[in-house]
Design a protein around this ligand. Sequence first.
Ligand SMILES: Cc1cc2nc3c(=O)[nH]c(=O)nc-3n(C[C@H](O)[C@H](O)[C@H](O)COP(=O)(O)O)c2cc1C
Length: 334
Amino acid sequence: MLKPIHIGPLKVDQPVLLAPMSGVTDLPFRTQVRQFGCGLVYSEMIASGQMVRANAETLKMSTSCAEEGEMAVQLAGCDPAVMAEAARMNEARGAALIDINMGCPAKKVVGGMAGSALMRDEDNALRIIEAVVKAVRIPVTLKMRMGWDHANLNAPSIARKAEAAGIQLITIHGRTREQLYSGKADWAFIAEVKQAVRIPLIANGDVVSVEDAADILRVSGADGVMIGRGVFGRPWFPAQVQQFLAEGIRAADPTVNRKREIVLAHYDALLSHYGEYKGLRIARKHLAWYAAGQYGANMFRVKVNTEENPARVKDLISAVFSDAFAPLEMKAAA
Ligand SMILES: Cc1cc2nc3c(=O)[nH]c(=O)nc-3n(C[C@H](O)[C@H](O)[C@H](O)COP(=O)(O)O)c2cc1C
């Protein structure tokens, strides 16, 4: 069902993409997703202004692009020159492509006239696109929503202009900025954007099952699918989608024993990437997502959210991801 796509020199054989997600798609999580398989992974959104001011935290978000392998770095900002400079810096650090964020609805970002606010200022959006395309040799892509609100569904018109300005792939999240994350993503609208351009078009929004992935592709006619929240606690999900689209096979989730290994490895990677204090805190949301549906998940979440000792967190992980059917307190004590 999926054909390979070409993004400039980059060939993506099975275009099932990991969405950029602030606070989630950091290096440890991207590594997790990659080990199962995924067409292309995106960084968290990186504030272009902070990048050029060489903010240490921001630089960490795009560290080791080169060692990590092909990855897309997403930039947010409203100043063409700053966006161009940040793009150049990421190209030098080994990014395979630069994605421009025109979809983020957060007030902090929109207030700065970046993210989805750019959809209300097409002139500046175009200036940014032109500046970034000119600044780098790697492909530049664009991620946006349908429009600011339902009275202004201008994604097809921006897409057309963006393609003319040199954008090589567009991702559409089938919601408006006004909707934030409410309602249901409009997969049929994505078809209107698909028809407006010749470059690859990626459909995004509310894909949480392999069937959803097949449906969004059928309804939108898109060339690939991007998955966000559907990977929470399920880094193997993009690979399952790839297998379903390619072979019609519904691959089983990992066994509980395998999940324990996966979660422990992710936990260790978070601690070494961020250091113990920060890593332990960042891990909490991932651990809650992983444990959802597991016997004792509620108790696990409560305990993990207050536990400061990394070794004891690991004991809790081993207890909750275990075949033994016993309350968590008993398992942890055993
Ligand atoms: C926690 C979180 C963080 C996000 N951060 C970004 C971001 O940094 N850049 C971006 O373009 N979209 C961001 N998004 C939007 C997702 O990339 C995606 O477009 C949206 O979640 C819809 O896809 P889904 O229904 O598969 O989650 C974020 C979404 C979530 C839930």
